[in-house]
Design a protein around this ligand. Structure first.
Ligand SMILES: *[C@@H]1O[C@H](CO)[C@@H](O)[C@H](O)[C@H]1NC(C)=O
Length: 359
């Protein structure tokens, strides 16, 4: 990899040459500056540690920009109130959650009782928090949290098996979400990969009819979902074959379904930023020992350890987060861009990573 300071040095040289040759802004210098911005490294990285629990898989900020909120291993959703006040419990997902067993649990055996909130997203219009819990389905809680309402937990009488990720259209209240498998629960997720399971689905919940419909089926480990800024399409990650699909929801291309990006590492959650770009979390495979038998690429996208990539709406990678081969970002499940920071979630680590960068 070309170290960033070399790029920066070249940029200075090109910029200096240009001052000598012409007074107009040089396109070459602009290209160098863009290249220098392409890789986000860990120079400005810190961690917010969790107390007792692990696995802040998904990250959300509320309609006032407060947070992050994270769903963790003991079935609670925590809210970060800053370094002085720390984390507070905001909500939980299990309808009958025995605190003695669940509080502080990091044991996946307890998940079917305690819950495991995976996908989180606030509706910026209503301030409601939508939750995809791996065991209790699609849930919604108000701005004050607490026990959520169940929006949907089954389809055609068959319970969801592994509700995973979601996005919500704030205009219509329609929720798009994934059920990763109809056969395997989250706590045995590796078995789904090893068995070549292809029962994952992209689903849609309509708040007017309260009905769930299937948009895509036969996906091999259906995972992250994200709507485009104009809601004309939705992306869905299929983790096992390292693919991101695009389903057109509106406009001349609807309802076509196409490959948006073919990757060299398994994609996890997808989150859009306020420009309508998409951050895709990429797992290195290092952080989860069971992944030893999945071949993932190291150097790819011109960085040594791509742990997340930002795509524009055309499917071009415009920025990459380099995990630099270390343990800090070896297991990344989500990247959320907010306030000039990347907030990095993980399904196993006991912290939220924070990377400062300039937009
Ligand atoms: C997890 O909980 C189960 C059931 O209570 C128990 O049998 C198992 O030993 C626990 N595992 C760990 C690693 O504590």
């Amino acid at each position: 990899m070309r170290p960033p300071f070399v790029s920066f040095f070249l940029f200075i040289v090109v910029a200096a040459l240009d001052v000598i040759l012409s007074s107009k802004p040089p396109p070459a210098a602009a290209a160098s500056a863009a290249a220098a911005n392409y890789v986000i490294n860990l120079r400005n990285y810190h961690q917010i540690e969790l107390a007792r629990v692990v696995g802040p898989e998904s990250i959300a900020f509320d309609c006032h920009g407060q947070g992050p909120y994270v769903g963790v291993s003991d079935g609670t959703i925590l809210k970060w109130q800053g370094p002085r006040l720390g984390w507070i419990e905001f909500a939980f997902t299990s309808p009958n959650r025995p605190r003695k067993l669940c509080d502080g649990s990091t044991n996946a055996t307890n998940e079917p009782i305690c819950g495991r909130p995976l996908g989180l997203k606030f509706n910026p219009k209503t301030c409601d928090l939508y939750i995809a819990d791996a065991y209790f389905g699609l849930l919604k809680t108000g701005p004050n949290g607490g026990k959520p309402e169940v929006l949907a937990s089954s389809l055609g009488g068959v319970p969801f098996m592994f509700t995973n990720a979601l996005d919500v259209d704030e205009e219509t209240g329609i929720v798009y979400f994934t059920d990763t498998s109809t056969v395997f629960q989250r706590r045995v997720w590796m078995q789904s990969i090893l068995a070549g399971d292809k029962t994952g689905r992209l689903l849609k919940y309509d708040p007017c009819t309260k009905e769930v419909t299937v948009l895509l089926h036969d996906l091999a480990f259906a995972n992250g979902v994200a709507l485009s800024k104009d809601k004309s399409f939705i992306l869905v990650a299929e983790s096992a074959p390292f693919t991101i699909h695009r389903l057109w929801l509106r406009g001349p291309k609807a309802p076509a379904f196409e490959i948006f990006a073919q990757l060299e590492r398994p994609p996890d959650n997808i989150k859009s930023n306020n420009k309508g770009e998409f951050w895709v979390a990429l797992n290195s495979g290092r952080g989860v020992k069971e992944v030893g038998n999945i071949e993932t690429s190291d150097k790819w996208l011109n960085v040594n350890d791509p742990v997340a990539a930002k795509f524009d709406e055309q499917g071009t990678v415009v920025q990459v987060l380099d995990g630099e081969g270390g343990p800090a970002l070896e297991s990344v499940s989500e990247v959320e861009e907010q306030n000039g920071n990347l907030w990095v979630g993980s399904v196993v680590k006991p912290y939220v990573g924070v990377v400062k960068f300039r937009v």
